[in-house]
Design a protein around this ligand. Structure first.
Ligand SMILES: [Zn+2]
Length: 130
C-alpha cells in the first residue's frame, strides 16, 4: 500500500522537527495532498494511526487537505487543473497525464506533493513534562 510508505516518511519528518520543541502533546497534524498523488484519505488516516502508535503523535488528529493540480501543455499552451477521475490506471509510479484540450502528455507543475502544512502542539505551562 502506497499510503503506508508516504505516511511513514511524513511521520519521520514530523518527529525530526518536533525534537526542537517542548510540548506535552501533539493535538493535530495537517497535511496537504495533491490530487494527482492519488493517496486515499481513509488509507492515509489508517496508516497514520498504525504508524503513530508508540510515538508522540499517538492520538493526534490527522487533517487532510486535498489541493488542486496544475499542469502545463507544451503542444497547445494549456495551463490549468487536470480533472482526473480516481482511476486505477493512475495508481502507478509515474502515470502519464494527458492534456484535457489536445490530449498530449502534460507536465505536472503542481498536484503530486504530499507535505505537512501544520502541526498543533499542546504546551504545558511551567516547563517540561516527560
Ligand atoms: Zn494541450
Amino acid at each position: 500500500m502506497h499510503e503506508i510508505s508516504v505516511m511513514s516518511q511524513l511521520i519521520k519528518a514530523i518527529l525530526e522537527k518536533l525534537k526542537d520543541y517542548d510540548f506535552t502533546e501533539v493535538r493535530e497534524v495537517e497535511i496537504s495532498v495533491g490530487e494527482l498523488a492519488f493517496l486515499a484519505e481513509d488509507q492515509l488516516k489508517f496508516a497514520f494511526e498504525v504508524l503513530s502508535e508508540n510515538t508522540v503523535l499517538n492520538g493526534a488528529e490527522l487533517n487532510i487537505k486535498i489541493s488542486k493540480s496544475t499542469v502545463s501543455c507544451e503542444s497547445c499552451g494549456y495551463e490549468g487543473p487536470l480533472n482526473v477521475e480516481d482511476d486505477p490506471k493512475y495508481h502507478i509510479a509515474f502515470p502519464i497525464f494527458a492534456c484535457p484540450k489536445c490530449n498530449s502528455p502534460v507536465e505536472v507543475i503542481k498536484g503530486r506533493e504530499c507535505e505537512v502544512t501544520n502541526v498543533r502542539l499542546a504546551i504545558e505551562e511551567g516547563g517540561k513534562e516527560k
